[in-house]
Design a protein around this ligand. Structure first.
Ligand code: FAD
Length: 404
C-alpha cells in the first residue's frame, strides 16, 4: 500500500489511523489535522461539554503520547491540493506529502445563514470545539437566545441553554422538530418535553432577518411577522460536506465524495469515509451520506481492513443518539420509507420506542429512554432480522427471544 495519508482528523480520520495500527499496518501514517487541538469527540460539544466545566482534554480521543507510541504523524496543517498522478498532497504550509493511499476524512462544515445581519458576532454556530468553547463562555443566565433550526444540534443546544437559565426560543421551518430524522411520535414527545422545560418552539416559520443596534443583536424577525427579542442567535441549519478538495482533484462528487461499496473513489488509490462520503449501500440499495459517529468509525474500520488485506463490502447498521435535556433519544436502522409505526412502552411515562415498518418489515427503531429497545434493534437489524408489528406492540413479547 505504501504511506497512508489521511486528510482530516475527526472521528473518521482518527479511527482509521488507530485501526490501521491495530491491524498491524507498519508503514507511514500521516493524519492531517487542521484544527488546533488533538483529535477530539464532537458529540459532547452540544451536550456535556457545553454544560460542564471540564477542559478540552476531556474530549480528546487519546493523549499526545498515543500518536508518538503508535507512530501516527499528526500534522497540524490544511491540505489544499491533491495531485493524483504524482500521488502528492500539498499542504497550506508549503510542504507536500507523498501517498500510497489517500483517504478523505474531511467531514462537513456549517451551512451558513444568508439573511441580513447574519455575520454579526452574536450569531453563532456549533460544529467545532472552538465554537462550543466560545458559546460556553458566552452564555449566562437570563440571556435571550434564539436557536434557528430544530434539528439535533439546535435542540441539544436549546436544552443545555435552558438548563443554564437562558430564555430560549427555537424557530423551525418544518411543521415539527427533527422532521427529517424521526417519526412524528418522537417529534411530538420532544416538543412537549422542551415546552415543559420552558423552551418556546415556533414551527412552520422562517427567520427572515436578524435585527441589530449597531453591532449588537437585538432580535429576529419571522416570516409570520413575529419579532423575538434576543441577545444571541445560534444557527443549526445543517452542514455541507467538504468535497471541494476531492472535486478539484478530478474525483466524482455529488452530495458527498462518491465512493463504492468498499468506500473507494473512482481512483483505487483514494478512499473517502465519514460525513464527507456518499457511499453505495448494499444494505439499503442506493447512495447514502450519513452524519454520525457510527458511520464515521465503521467506515474507518472497513477501510483499515481493506488496506491491511481484508477487503469487505461496507455494511454497517446505522445508529445514532441525541441527548436532549433529561431525555436520551436513540435510533437504530434507517426508517426512510416507513408506512406504519408501532409504539412500545409508555409515552406518558416518557419511555417508549417507535418501531417503524414498511409493510411487515421492520426498518428501524427510535427510542426515548428505552436503551434496551435500542440495543435490541441494533442486534436484530444488524443481523438482518425482523419481528412482526404485533410482537412489537405486545408488551409481554420477550424481545430477547427474537435474537435467539
Ligand atoms: P468531522 O468530525 O467533521 O472531521 C473532519 C475533520 O477534517 C475536521 O476536523 C475538519 O476541520 C478537517 N478537515 C476538513 N478539510 C480538511 C483539509 N483540507 N485539511 C485538513 N483537515 C481538514 N453524531 C452522533 O452519532 N451522535 C451524536 O450525539 C452527535 N452529536 C453531535 C453534536 C455536534 C455538536 C456535532 C457537530 C456533531 C454531532 N454528531 C453526532 C455528528 C458526528 O460528530 C459526525 O458525524 C462526525 O464527527 C463525523 O466524523 P468525520 O470524521 O467524518 O468528520
Amino acid at each position: 500500500t505504501g504511506s497512508v495519508i489521511i486528510v482530516g482528523a475527526g472521528h473518521a480520520g482518527f479511527q482509521l489511523a488507530a485501526s490501521l495500527r491495530q491491524a498491524g499496518f507498519a508503514e507511514r501514517i500521516a493524519l492531517i489535522n487542521d484544527e488546533g487541538h488533538l483529535p477530539y469527540q464532537r458529540p459532547p460539544l452540544s451536550k456535556a461539554y457545553l454544560k460542564g466545566t471540564g477542559g478540552p482534554e476531556t474530549l480528546m480521543f487519546r493523549p499526545d503520547k498515543f500518536y508518538q507510541d503508535n507512530k501516527i504523524e499528526l500534522i497540524t496543517d490544511h491540505a489544499h491540493a491533491v495531485d493524483r498522478n504524482a500521488r502528492k498532497v500539498a499542504l497550506a504550509s508549503g510542504t507536500s506529502l507523498d501517498y500510497g493511499h489517500l483517504v478523505f476524512a474531511t467531514g462537513a462544515r456549517n451551512r451558513l445563514l444568508d439573511i441580513p445581519n447574519a455575520r454579526l458576532d452574536a450569531v453563532r454556530y456549533l460544529r467545532i470545539l472552538d465554537e462550543s468553547q466560545a458559546l460556553r463562555d458566552l452564555i449566562t443566565p437570563g440571556m435571550r437566545v434564539v436557536v434557528i433550526g430544530a434539528g439535533f444540534i439546535g435542540l441539544e443546544f436549546a436544552a443545555t441553554a435552558r438548563a443554564k437559565g437562558l430564555e430560549v426560543d427555537v424557530v423551525e421551518l418544518a411543521s415539527r422538530v427533527m422532521a427529517r430524522a424521526v417519526t412524528a411520535e418522537i417529534s411530538e414527545f420532544s416538543q412537549s418535553r422542551h415546552g415543559a422545560a420552558g423552551i418556546r418552539i415556533h414551527l412552520g416559520v422562517q427567520v427572515t432577518a436578524i435585527e441589530a443596534d449597531g453591532a449588537k443583536v437585538t432580535g429576529v424577525s419571522l416570516s409570520n411577522g413575529t419579532h423575538i427579542p434576543a441577545d444571541l442567535v445560534v444557527v443549526g441549519v445543517g452542514v455541507l460536506p467538504n468535497v471541494e478538495l476531492a472535486a478539484e482533484a478530478g474525483l466524482p462528487v455529488a452530495s458527498g465524495i462518491i465512493v463504492d461499496e468498499h468506500l473507494s473513489t473512482a481512483d483505487p488509490n483514494v478512499s473517502a469515509i465519514g460525513d464527507c462520503a456518499l457511499y453505495t449501500s448494499k444494505r439499503f440499495g442506493g447512495s447514502l451520506r450519513l452524519e454520525s459517529v457510527q458511520n464515521a468509525t465503521d467506515h474507518a474500520r472497513c477501510v483499515a481492513s481493506r488496506l491491511t488485506g481484508k477487503t469487505e463490502v461496507y455494511d454497517g447498521l446505522p445508529w445514532f443518539w441525541s441527548d436532549q435535556g433529561p431525555d436520551k433519544l436513540q435510533m437504530a436502522g434507517l426508517t426512510t420509507g416507513y408506512d406504519r409505526v408501532v409504539v412500545r412502552g409508555d409515552r406518558a411515562q416518557g419511555a417508549f420506542s417507535a418501531f417503524c415498518y414498511r409493510g411487515d418489515r421492520l426498518l428501524g427503531i427510535e427510542s426515548v429512554n428505552r436503551a434496551g429497545d435500542h440495543m435490541f434493534g441494533r442486534r436484530l437489524l444488524g443481523a438482518g432480522g425482523s419481528i412482526t408489528p404485533e410482537q412489537a406492540a405486545d408488551a409481554s413479547f420477550d424481545l430477547k427471544s427474537a435474537l435467539a
